[in-house]
Design a protein. Structure first.
Length: 388
């Protein structure tokens, strides 16, 4: 993947821990300067005047199945290129192609192409690794996952995936209450893989026990789990009350009621929420009929549904999720950007390289106009999307 240099002047830099006017310099793919124009290194080319636009860390989507006509389960690098280029139009610079419940062979093929795309680049947002969503889930909370392939965790399958892609395996969503989950979580944690609870009917106690085993993240909070009950708060109760869990949120106003989203923000604060899109292949395409993991999906009015009417992923973009976090949750710009950049980088153990405008980190940047529409997206110092 190529690495570029660029100087961006007159930006409102959303670092995202403060908002400050200034200049950002990327040299050979790495951020080398953030601050007032006067102190910036000279001679970095091209120089671009942001004219007061917001300059933020590139957005990172750790839960996303498809977009631009491609799907992670296609098992093809071209599908990941379609995804990466489409996501870049909305400020995303990095993503984890997310697999769905499928046969081991299909999952192996999908993770193999993700590795190839991670190495060669997509021409847009970068593949940062892989998120396995299933197949080790609870059929009671399968959502749009194909029940024919739901199964108990297999250490053999995980080992084969690890052999194939190693540390690019960054996140695994499973149901901790099913047989074999403790051994799988232990194995994943020994490799440093983040374990997420999702598509789970776990009780509060089961979720908290899984936290002791090393699970630290909640997959699309409120969706794919039982509701909050006062005597059995379930996974939602664990997510809301335990600081050790970071919590994904599909912030489209369809998957989760704005009041529930606000409750999550109050309970978790802006440092523990991770905005995700959970999009499928239709994201960035016109509405209509599509396939997701072998199931028929119809997209109407921004919602993707099975023939039963059940929600089957969104057509949200990360840029829109940031806007919604401000409009529906009342988050500030820097909080919303944090939930879409620094927090996801932390969840996948990449915050030392990504997620903030800090000297020494990768030159992944999104630039938004005052209406939070994407002007430019920069990956490793290379402009991969430009509105003009
Ligand atoms: Zn998903």
């Amino acid at each position: 993947m190529s690495k570029g240099s660029i100087m961006i002047t007159n930006g409102q830099l959303v670092t995202p821990f403060q908002v400050t006017e200034g200049t950002l310099v990327i040299e050979e793919g790495i951020i080398t300067y953030v601050g007032p124009f006067d102190g910036a290194p000279r001679g970095v080319w091209p120089a671009w005047d942001a004219q007061g636009a917001y300059v933020t860390p590139g957005l990172i989507d750790i839960h996303v199945h498809g977009g631009g006509g491609g799907d992670a389960m296609d098992g093809a690098v071209t599908a990941l290129e379609h995804m990466g280029r489409t996501f870049a139009r909305f400020g995303t610079t990095g993503f984890l192609p997310s697999t769905v419940t499928a046969s081991h062979q299909e999952i192996l093929k999908a993770v193999g192409s993700a590795k190839q795309a991670a190495e060669q680049g997509t021409g847009g947002a970068q593949v940062l690794g892989v998120h396995l969503e299933g197949p080790y889930i609870n059929t009671l909370k399968k959502g749009a996952q194909n029940p024919a392939h739901v199964r108990p965790p297999s250490l053999g399958e995980l080992e084969e995936i690890w052999q194939k892609i190693g540390p690019l395996l960054r996140l695994v969503t499973l149901a901790p209450e099913i047989e074999g989950a403790p051994a799988a979580i232990r194995q994943l944690r020994s490799w440093g893989v983040t374990v997420s609870i999702g598509h789970s009917d776990a009780s509060y106690d089961e979720a908290m026990t899984a936290h002791l085993w090393g699970a630290s993240h909640i997959c699309h909070t409120f969706n794919g789990m039982r509701g909050l009950h006062q005597r059995e708060p379930g996974v939602v109760g664990a997510a809301l009350s335990c600081e050790g869990f970071s919590a994904e949120l599909i912030c489209d106003g369809i998957h989760v009621h704005p009041a529930a989203m606000q409750l999550l923000l109050r309970a978790k604060g802006p440092d523990k929420i991770v905005l995700v899109t959970d999009t499928m292949r239709a994201m960035g395409l016109p509405e209509g009929q599509y396939q997701l993991g072998g199931l028929e999906i119809e997209v109407v009015d921004g919602a993707a549904r099975l023939s039963t009417g059940e929600l089957a992923g969104s057509t949200l973009s990360m840029g829109q999720a940031v806007k919604n976090a401000m409009g529906m949750l009342g988050a500030s710009l820097s909080e919303a950007i944090r939930m879409a950049s620094f927090n996801p980088a932390q969840v996948i153990n990449m915050s030392h390289r990504k997620g903030s405008l800090t000297v020494g980190k990768d030159g992944d940047v999104a630039i938004f106009d005052k209406n939070l529409e994407t002007l430019r997206t920069i990956v490793a110092g290379e402009v991969v999307y430009s509105r003009e």
